[in-house]
Design a protein around this ligand. Structure first.
Ligand SMILES: *Cc1c(COP(=O)(O)O)cnc(C)c1O
Length: 477
């Protein structure tokens, strides 16, 4: 690769040099894919060595392309929790689909600007088609689906709050919160994803406006407790406007009672959002879709493609049947943006983002090649593996403490309920290098959490995990 140029010429290498570098990169990636299962999921980090290696790049004398790629790959190899490892039972971070990686490469190379439809008609239409497909699987009526791809679930949830505020109080958009006759408050379960606090901070409603309703041992948002809290807040002069149900909580994968919550919102005149960042993928499986019943009644839904739909980060989506509200929330016109094209929607007018990358392609290619059935098969397979894990853990004397059809298994040692004990067990497992699990506190109770999220995980990895946690427990007594 001696003829791959450095300096300014590296921006635009000659074709043969570019191809040679591509070959080098693809071989490296395939080699990684083959070797990751034999590596430690969590390589120990030597922080001074890592910082020194990075600081070695002072951007003075140019480095050869192959050298730079190899050195960065070595840093990533030793300085990453390998979420692509079949023993990674972690926090919804998937092993990406192969087509997802290819999609991200195509996206980077074509670099379509997804602000204005007229700059990226193909990308905009592909994303709109995907949103209609996802919306359809979630049960939104054909022809009613609007939304946008986002950086992830947090941005999608932010969008849901902005939309709900805008629809509930039309004056919010122009005059701001001070035009409101009181303090807006929103509701989610204590098990919800705490992005709500950052969103409340950023939108100006304030963190205290997030009512985290305690769940009790079911870990589900209790409609009766919620109704009581709403009534008390209204009596105190606050302004309830939004209820958030979580379909697949981050800690325990639990699905809130969606039909009852939808009824309650309809009765009380509140907006209803479902955060299905993780669990929304279940809509692709005919077997698991019934667990999401009621989601179609939500004013808006968050789904992350970079979780159980297994595309590379970052890819989230906000779906809604309220196209008009979304357009009102993000409306803007400028002289410098290209004029809109009749019959199309400019993505920057339905999104918090302005310039935006082509987020949807990695999902489009993955779906096109796997097919919906291929996704359903993988999702059902993950659910089966989790069932096997639950059974094996119960047989070995662990208490499985969460109730969900989704592949998140939370389990506690009945002999020692202490948080420290469970945290130490997780540490022992992680330090062993063969698996990654985490400690979690669910309604105050300490547990270990294992989520089947890698499509590379097999029954043998489930058996190995059971043996590993049993051995850790054995050592600790
Ligand atoms: C992961 C997650 C989020 C946040 O999504 P990001 O993609 O990390 O921004 C929100 N809600 C739930 C339920 C999640 O699991």
């Amino acid at each position: 690769m001696d003829h791959f140029p450095t300096g300014r010429a590296s921006f635009a290498p000659p074709p043969d040099a570019a191809l040679e570098l591509w070959r080098h990169v693809t071989e490296l990636l395939e080699d990684e894919r083959e070797r990751v299962p034999d590596r430690s999921v969590t390589p120990p980090v030597d922080v001074p060595a890592l910082r020194a290696a990075v600081a070695g790049y002072d951007f003075g004398a140019p480095v050869r392309a192959e050298t730079a790629v190899d050195e960065v790959a070595a840093l990533l190899r030793t300085g990453t929790v390998h979420t692509t490892h079949p023993g990674y039972f972690g926090l919804f971070n998937p092993t990406p689909t192969h087509l997802g990686v290819v999609g991200d490469a195509l996206t980077a190379a074509f670099n379509p600007q997804l602000a204005a439809w007229s700059h990226a008609p193909a990308a905009a239409e592909i994303e709109a088609h995907l949103l209609r497909f996802l919306g359809g699987r979630l049960g939104y009526p054909a022809g009613s689906v609007a939304g946008s791809f986002t950086s992830g679930g947090a941005e999608a949830n932010l969008t849901a709050v902005l939309l709900a505020l805008t629809r509930t109080w039309p004056e919010y958009g122009t005059e701001g919160l001070r035009a409101l006759p009181g303090r807006p408050v929103l509701y989610a379960s204590a098990e919800s994803h705490l992005a709500w606090l950052k969103i409340a901070h950023g939108t100006g409603i304030g963190r205290d406006a997030v009512r985290l309703v305690p769940t009790g041992p079911s870990l589900k948002l209790d409609p009766a407790a919620l109704a009581a809290r709403i009534e008390a807040d209204r009596a105190a002069g606050d302004l309830p406007f939004l209820v958030v149900a979580t379909a697949g909580t981050t800690g325990a994968g639990v699905i809130d009672p969606l039909p009852e919550l939808a009824d309650l919102c309809a009765d009380l005149g509140l907006r209803f959002h479902v955060d299905a960042a993780y669990g929304g993928a279940a809509a692709l499986s005919d077997r698991l879709r019934p667990a999401l019943a009621g989601i179609e009644r939500a004013d808006s839904i968050t789904v992350d493609a970079h979780k159980w739909l297994s595309v590379p980060m970052g890819a989230g989506a906000l779906l809604t049947t309220d196209a008009e509200g979304l357009a009102e929330t993000f409306r803007v016109t400028t002289s410098y943006m290209p004029a809109d094209v009749h019959g199309t929607v400019d993505p920057y007018t339905t999104s918090q983002q302005w310039s935006r990358r082509f987020t949807g392609l990695k999902l489009f290619l993955s779906l096109a090649v796997a097919g919906r059935d291929g996704y359903a098969e993988q999702i059902d397979h993950d659910a089966d593996l989790a069932d096997a894990l639950r059974a094996g853990l119960s047989d070995a004397g662990w208490d499985v403490v969460n109730d969900t059809p989704l592949p998140v298994v939370c389990f506690a040692d009945p002999a020692n309920p202490a948080w420290e004990h469970h945290a130490a067990l997780a540490r022992t497992v992680v330090e062993g290098g063969g698996a990654w699990i985490s400690p979690v506190k669910l309604a105050g109770r300490a547990a270990l959490r294992a989520c089947v999220i890698s499509h590379r995980t097999t029954p043998a990895h489930i058996d190995a995990l059971i043996q590993t946690v049993n051995a850790a427990r054995g050592q600790s007594t």
